[in-house]
Ligand binder design. Structure first.
Ligand code: CP
Ligand code: NVA
Length: 306
């Protein structure tokens, strides 16, 4: 049987995506006990070129809870740092491991690894996308609203990797995404075209707006992410200036639907993209989102790792 990768949400059918969200709910309810051990006797590698708290710990914990072993591979410690090609690394790791979870800068690198590896490769964030985050976000929305379809999400700020994946995830599940960002901070053109095309065929919508108030009006969820992603540190000052009108704050929450919930994929920069008040607000679902990384990734690994 041909191995399956998870480089983008589109590697799943709509039915598979919603099935994974439901399965993650069952796993959350069942708790951490190792009653289901699809990874028993198997090792999963984590090749992480960038820092991570949630993704690393939720994958390592999830692998353990599924009965497997995780091996964290910092590129500094493996022979990649001394020039061994990615293609050889992918082939060699495929002889030991049952899956490879990769966090890297270039999306091209993860595509190359996936082409060369004979085991599933899972995207744990690239400069272009962060599909594992969106699995947890969709699960969180479903827990709160009981369904995904017809949910209105406003995303404020940078059209970054999280925004790119969010617009595909929303489009696949018949949600309405209003993404508000300044000119020059739009999501990736290919992702946006694909999101709009998918939304039109499934029945939801994806819009890019310049006005954050219009994006938030009546929204069920307001979501933001950092203004300066990993690797963009030199642009931090300009980004703070340009993105200031897109902060998630009490004014934006007041424009949303009554009882609207607040989302952030974390890590957060209080006083930049979100205020302390919103982080600590009773309508925040931010830490549930973080927890749901564990459950959705367990469901993903159960599905992919044979
Ligand atoms: N949200 C997220 O991916 O967090 P980490 O960078 O800590 O993994
Ligand atoms: N957009 C952020 C997400 C971190 C989880 C980054 O790439 O740094």
């Amino acid at each position: 049987m041909k191995k399956r990768d998870f480089l983008t949400l589109k590697d799943l059918s709509i039915g598979e995506l919603t099935g994974l969200i439901d399965r993650a709910g069952q796993m959350k309810e069942a708790g951490p006990g190792m009653t289901q051990c699809p990874l028993i006797g198997k090792s999963v590698g984590l090749l992480f070129e960038k820092a991570s708290t949630r993704t690393r710990v939720s994958f390592e914990t999830g692998i353990y809870q599924l009965g497997g072993q995780s091996i964290f591979l910092s590129p500094r410690d493996v022979q990649l740092s001394r020039g061994e090609p990615l293609s050889d690394t992918a082939r060699v790791l495929s002889r030991y491991l049952s899956a490879l979870v990769v966090r890297t800068y270039s999306h091209g690198n993860i595509e190359l690894l996936a082409r060369e590896a004979t085991i599933p490769v899972i995207n744990a964030l690239t400069d272009l996308s962060h599909p594992c985050q969106i699995l947890a976000d969709l699960m969180t929305v479903k827990e709160i609203r009981g369904r995904l379809e017809e949910t209105v999400i406003a995303y404020l700020g940078d059209g970054n990797n999280v925004a790119n994946s969010l617009l595909i995830g929303c489009a696949m599940t018949r949600m309405h995404l209003r993404l508000a960002c300044p000119s020059g901070y739009d999501p990736d053109g290919d992702f946006l075209r694909e999101g709009k095309r998918l939304a039109a065929s499934v029945g939801g919508s994806v819009q890019v707006l310049r006005d954050p108030a219009a994006a938030c009006a009546g929204a069920h969820f307001i979501y933001t992410d950092v203004w300066t992603s990993m690797g963009q540190e030199e642009e931090a000052e300009k980004r703070r200036r340009d993105l200031k009108p897109y902060q998630l704050n009490a004014r934006r929450l007041a424009e949303a639907a009554p009882g609207a919930r607040i989302l952030h994929c974390l890590p957060a920069h209080r006083g930049e993209e979100i205020t302390e008040e919103m982080m600590a607000h009773p309508q925040s679902a931010i830490f549930d989102q973080a927890e749901n990384r564990l459950h959705t990734q367990k469901a993903l690994m159960e599905f992919l790792v044979k």
